[in-house]
Structure formats: C-alpha cells, structure tokens
Design a protein. Structure first.
Length: 169
C-alpha cells in the first residue's frame, strides 16, 4: 500500500474486538514511534505500554469525555515528553504518536488519539496510575486494537482544499 493510501485509510477507531495485539505488532508500533523526527534529534518522548485490562479501564477514567474508547482497547500507549529538553516537546511527541497511528493502520489495527495534556485533571490521573515522573508532561494516550467498526476512507474530492494557499495566504 502506498503512503497516501495509508493516510487515506487511517481513521480514528473507537471500537475494538477483545483480541490482544501481538507482541511483534506492539514492537513495530513502538519502533515507528522511535523513528519519528524530533527537533535537534533530542527525542524528548517516553512511552508507557499498558495491556492490563484493569489499568486500561482506570486510564479511561482520566477525563469525562473523549477517553471512553479505551474501555474496549486491549492496548494503550501513554505518550509523555520532557519539556526541559526542548520547547518543541509537544510537536515531537505528537509526531511520534502519529507514527503510532499510521503504523497501527499499516498492521491491520485501529487506533485513536486520546488528548490528555491540559485536559481537566487527566494528566495528573494518568501520571498517578503509570508512575510517570513530574518532570515529564503527558501529551496523550493512543488506544490500539483490532477494529470492531468500519469507517469510510477519506474521499479525495471532499478534502478541504480551500485550506491550501500557494505563495501567500
């Protein structure tokens, strides 16, 4: 599959089967994250891989809205980063998380971003559950699993091309 086809197919998946994600696939997803570009190649990110169902259920309670898909996910990866290393930590961690989303799709899995940073008390909740130290900021959790829903691919003719500007705005 071409990269553009992968982007076209990748959609946020919020419903998963109970089938566990194989260790080899988890490793490939993490490798994709570790290969993400980062400013000055500082790689400020850290990842916490969670496959314990009880822990994932506790992570799902990190905020009132936008985290319920974790309840069905057999795998969650918490993405954190060290802001003292670089002021681009959010961008760097987001690119790593996005690589996870693309890798999951490429491996026949579904995934969804759960935003944590500066959302309610979500960051403190996740930090307390996972033992992430205070010097790291928790950006998001990526839910991953085998798809239990089908989403249509992006329709190229319906993309918001009006958001593209050449030369000037």
């Amino acid at each position: 599959m071409s990269f553009l086809e992968l982007c076209r197919q990748r959609r946020s998946i919020r419903n998963y089967t109970a089938q566990p994600v194989e260790k080899q696939k988890v490793e490939q997803i993490l490798q994709a994250a570790l290969m993400a570009p980062s400013a000055k190649r500082l790689q400020p990110w850290q990842f916490v891989v969670v496959d314990d169902k009880a822990m994932i259920e506790q992570l799902a309670a990190c905020k009132q809205y936008g985290s319920r898909m974790l309840l069905e996910a057999p795998l969650a990866i918490v993405v954190a980063a060290d802001a003292s290393l670089t002021d681009t930590w959010q961008c760097d961690a987001a690119i790593a998380a996005h690589n996870m989303l693309l890798a999951a799709e490429d491996l026949g899995l579904g995934a969804c971003w759960v935003h944590v940073y500066e959302r309610e008390q979500a960051e403190e909740h996740v930090r307390a559950l996972t033992g992430i130290p205070d010097n790291l900021n928790v950006l998001c959790i990526v839910s991953i699993g085998y798809k239990n829903e089908q989403r249509r691919t992006y329709e190229l003719e319906k993309l918001p091309y009006e958001k593209i500007h050449y030369g000037k705005f």
